[in-house]
Ligand binder design. Structure first.
Ligand SMILES: Cc1cc2nc3c(=O)[nH]c(=O)nc-3n(C[C@H](O)[C@H](O)[C@H](O)COP(=O)(O)OP(=O)(O)OC[C@H]3O[C@@H](n4cnc5c(N)ncnc54)[C@H](O)[C@@H]3O)c2cc1C
Length: 419
């Protein structure tokens, strides 16, 4: 399963954050292996926008051109209610990328990152699940199960994944990028406490005849937040917040098959329901929906890890935090975390820097996520904020596709200022 050369770092999880971490480590000369319990990259658009901070990271990696070739740039964010357009954010003239954010399907991003990793000689070890982790002050012992397909059953045969082989390995450093149900986080005994309300969305990815231009439309109606994303190839994605609706945690599981295997038990995903949402929440949307290509009900929790690791095991991405869907924070900030963590790990392993630098990572992560999960306490409407913006300030802040100073700049266009 692992080659003859013992890895210096093991990345657990080949989602966008793990793939990015592995690329950054390999580029800095670290012998890295990356494992994933599943059999390939994800198959849907999921977190479909790249923040300016992510575009800067891809520029540094030399991947920006490729990203932009497959992306649809957002030039404005329009804020609406059922009555129509109420406020907007525009791309400043001095913007480096020609847009506020880039709409790129997560499956395209993951495939691109896997290819970039292969190009530097690192192959994702798919079907390999981290099943145990013992961490010590100077390294880790990991247990990895290699999963194989097996046909079982007498009367009706079906295929199951079973453990074919188990390997134990000592590895100096582990990065847990293994998503919101992170085994790495659980093995460390780190809690993942709720940090706000869980919400549910009905998501419809559609073909439409509408010319949606380059605008993300955020619609506040009847106490809900709803979003229309323009995409490439005449596609768009509508997501509608569901009130009084509960869906199991499994709805947050990434699918690896692109075809839709039915809509499950959710009547809210019917075409009639889509028409009803549009009529009630966005009656001004007068384009026709030609085909629904993907639909799903998703549960979005808001949680944050009590700490982002210790000794020689550190977390990045959804393994350390989850939040609401509109601002696309978890994946984008996760990419930044992967980059930062890889830089620190390389400095420790290659230049002999003190491992206490990893404590700085922990402090920075806790501070940023405390702020991102409580944006309403961090920003206040200034004199230039319109009455409408004042009314919806809390919801607006969590919808902005940016973090840090980029987020402050977007909020500033609406008169929302950091305290
Ligand atoms: C249906 C759906 C809709 C979504 N919609 C949105 C949205 O609208 N907006 C938004 O911001 N975000 C959305 N997300 C979330 C977004 O996809 C995540 O924030 C993003 O994928 C996080 O990336 P990551 O690399 O941290 O984790 P993930 O992409 O979850 O990757 C983790 C990887 O780790 C692997 N893994 C897990 N455990 C192990 C183990 N023990 N051993 C080995 N491998 C392991 C998994 O197989 C997975 O490939 C959605 C997610 C889903 C599933």
């Amino acid at each position: 399963m692992f080659g003859k050369r013992r890895p210096e770092a093991l990345v657990v999880g080949a989602g966008p954050v793990g793939l990015f971490a592995a690329i950054q480590l390999a580029k800095q000369g670290i012998r890295v292996e990356i494992i994933d319990k599943d059999w390939r990259t994800g198959a849907h658009s999921y977190a479909l926008a790249l923040h300016p901070s992510s575009l800067r990271l891809f520029e540094e990696l030399g991947l920006l051109g490729q990203v932009l070739d497959h992306a649809h740039l957002l030039k404005t964010i329009g804020f609406y209610d059922a009555g129509g357009r109420r406020a907007e954010i525009r791309t400043p003239d001095d913007n480096a990328f020609g847009g506020l954010a880039a709409v790129l399907r997560q499956e395209t991003l993951e495939a691109m990152l896997e290819d970039a990793l292969k190009a530097i000689g690192v192959h994702v070890l798919w079907n390999n699940e981290l099943s145990d982790l013992e961490s010590y002050s100077d390294g880790n012992r990991v247990t990895v199960d290699h999963l194989v397909k097996e046909t079982v059953g007498y009367a009706v045969a079906h295929t199951e994944w079973t453990v074919g082989k188990t390997v134990r390995l000592d590895v100096p450093l582990v990065i847990g990028a293994d998503g919101h149900r992170s085994t790495v986080r659980r093995r460390l005994g780190v809690d993942f406490e709720p940090a706000g309300q869980t919400r549910h969305s009905a998501v419809f990815e559609c073909k439409t005849n509408a010319d949606l231009g380059n605008e993300m439309k955020v619609v506040f109606a009847d106490g809900t937040t709803n979003v229309l994303w323009p995409m490439q190839d005449g596609r768009c994605r509508w997501s509608f917040q569901l009130l009084d609706h509960a869906a199991p945690e499994q709805t947050r599981t990434k699918d690896r098959l692109s075809e839709q295997l039915g809509t499950g038990e959710y009547p809210v995903l019917s075409e009639e329901s889509l028409r009803h949402f549009l009529k009630e929440r966005a009656p001004w949307f007068d384009a026709s929906i030609e085909t629904i290509l993907w639909r799903i009900v998703v549960r979005f929790e808001r949680r944050m890890a009590g700490c982002f690791g210790r000794d020689r095991v550190w977390l990045a991405g959804d393994a350390g935090h989850v939040t609401g869907p509109v601002g696309m924070q978890s994946m984008n900030v996760g990419l930044r975390e992967a980059g930062e963590l890889a830089g620190i790990v390389a400095a420790i392993l290659k230049q002999g820097e003190s491992p206490t630098r990893l404590e700085e990572y922990n402090r920075g992560r806790l501070q940023e996520w405390n702020c991102l999960l409580n944006l309403q306490d961090t920003f206040r409407p200034g004199d230039t904020a319109s009455p409408w913006v004042r009314q919806f300030a809390d919801q607006i802040l969590s919808c902005l596709p940016a973090s840090g100073t980029d987020l402050a700049a977007l909020a500033g266009q609406l008169g929302l200022r950091p305290e």
